[in-house]
Design a protein around this ligand. Sequence first.
Ligand code: IMP
Length: 198
Amino acid sequence: MMKLVLATHNKDKITEIKALMQELPVEIYTFSDFDHFPDVVEDKDTLEGNAEKKAREIFEITGMPAMADDTGLFVDAINGEPGVFSSRYAGENVTYADNREKLLKEMSDIPAEKRDAVFKTVIVLIVNKNEKYIVEGCCEGYIGVEEKGTMGFGYDPIFYLHDSGKSFAELNVVEKNKISHRGRALQKIKKVLEKITK
Ligand code: IMP
């Protein structure tokens, strides 16, 4: 069975990734399986750059195939913010709630028809020194004017889907994975993993 380390400390992401990877012949390791597992600094200006940096550092430290995702929320009406820096939108060491509050405030004057937003995830999988895969997934929606729902994490309570009018935080992990940016990217990396573990 292939061993795979998830290069993240984010337990919410780990839950979503594990839910989709269940039936693969892959043994998943996370930070809690290691004594030394650094929090990789995300200092690149693209999702791909940050995802690759995280996967490569963890691959080099553990010597095992490593996979990382980097995600951003892009809102056209405010020049693509919060964008690549979505996790630090309200500043350093802030909570998910701080970031949501700042985004709602920044968008308080923006009318309903201009609140479109897109979540993008890039996943980088480093299998060995010479084998690397990159995939991405997107999900379109809009930023609501208030929070709704209690599931998920991050910006989920204010990110709404056009079709159902539900926020991501009103979906359970299985429902969210079917349509989300990360779920879509994971479906693609799953196909890669199926191929290389055959
Ligand atoms: P990163 O990929 O960990 O850098 O995430 C960037 C920011 O987007 C963080 O603030 C996350 O909380 C947020 N984020 C990442 N994925 C999701 C998601 O699936 N839903 C809502 N927020 C997310």
